[in-house]
Design a protein around this ligand. Structure first.
Ligand code: 6PG
Length: 247
């Protein structure tokens, strides 16, 4: 999918459908190279509403036959503290849009349990990741998919919250005062050790914050997306014109 405008690692597209297609193409390309290099593909899925179109696309015949799904392990960047059947569940959204429609063995789907005690669920998920990625100092996902909130948050790394300063844990239960709830989220170092990081950002509501996040002034406590700095990997922004209108 050709971008209408590209600036460095930012690719701008006409609309959310084209962003979803560019995302699906990148997902498929990274999956193919990871499977040929290492025999499997590990991806941390983003939540929220923006990735849904891309997930639906990946479940179509066009992409279904391009990826060796039994060799795909899906993880999650963050989760809301709800049941998996709750409309707010990131797992629920991804399962409905994609996972339940693909030949991915259920044991390859590493869901974050959000329905129990948040601190216990976060440690459960860290155990799952450590079982899979140990003895690495941090998990090295082949791909981490992320979104951006109108406030500049990503995953569940919200402005001014404790998780922003986490340097050791892979997963934390992050108290988000403005939501009055915990969120379970990968930490910045767990994300930054990924081989590839792709942000999907669409819609007018993101237009005010995106120039600040991408701008020269660093203020990660206020703009947590700025904490996403891959150690050795790549970072790509797939954005639509509405979100990029002030760039
Ligand atoms: C979540 C996400 C979050 C999301 C942004 C953007 O659980 O909500 O992980 O970081 O990516 O809030 O959300 P939208 O895609 O719905 O705009």
């Amino acid at each position: 999918m050709e971008a209408t405008r590209t600036a460095g690692n930012i690719r701008i597209f006409e609309d959310p459908e084209q962003v979803a297609r560019a995302g699906a193409d990148s997902f498929a390309a990274i999956a193919l190279s990871s499977i040929s290099d290492r025999g499997l593909f590990t991806v941390a899925l983003a939540g929220g509403s923006t990735p849904q179109l891309m997930y639906q696309l990946l479940a179509t015949d066009e992409y279904k036959n391009r990826i060796d799904w039994p060799r795909v392990h899906t993880f999650f960047g963050d989760e809301r503290c709800v049941e998996p059947t709750d409309p707010e569940s990131n797992y629920g959204m991804a399962d409905e849009a994609m996972l339940s429609r693909l030949p991915i063995p259920s044991y390859n789907v590493h869901r974050i349990s959000g329905e129990g005690d948040a601190v216990a669920d976060a440690s459960l998920y860290e155990d799952d990741l450590r079982t899979f990625f140990d003895p690495a100092p941090f998990p090295q996902f082949d791909l981490v998919l992320l979104g951006m909130g109108p406030d500049g948050h990503t995953a569940s790394l919200f402005p001014g919250t404790n998780a922003l300063n986490e340097q050791k844990a892979w997963v934390v239960a992050n108290w988000v005062e403005k939501l009055g709830t915990y969120r379970i989220t990968l930490t910045p170092p767990a994300i930054n050790h990924a081989r590839n990081i792709i942000f999907l950002v669409t819609g007018e509501s993101k237009a005010e914050r995106l120039p600040e996040v991408l701008g020269p002034v660093r203020d990660p406590q206020r703009l947590p997306c700025q904490l996403i700095q891959p150690i050795t990997g790549s970072r790509l922004w797939l954005v639509d014109k509405a979100a990029a209108q002030r760039l």
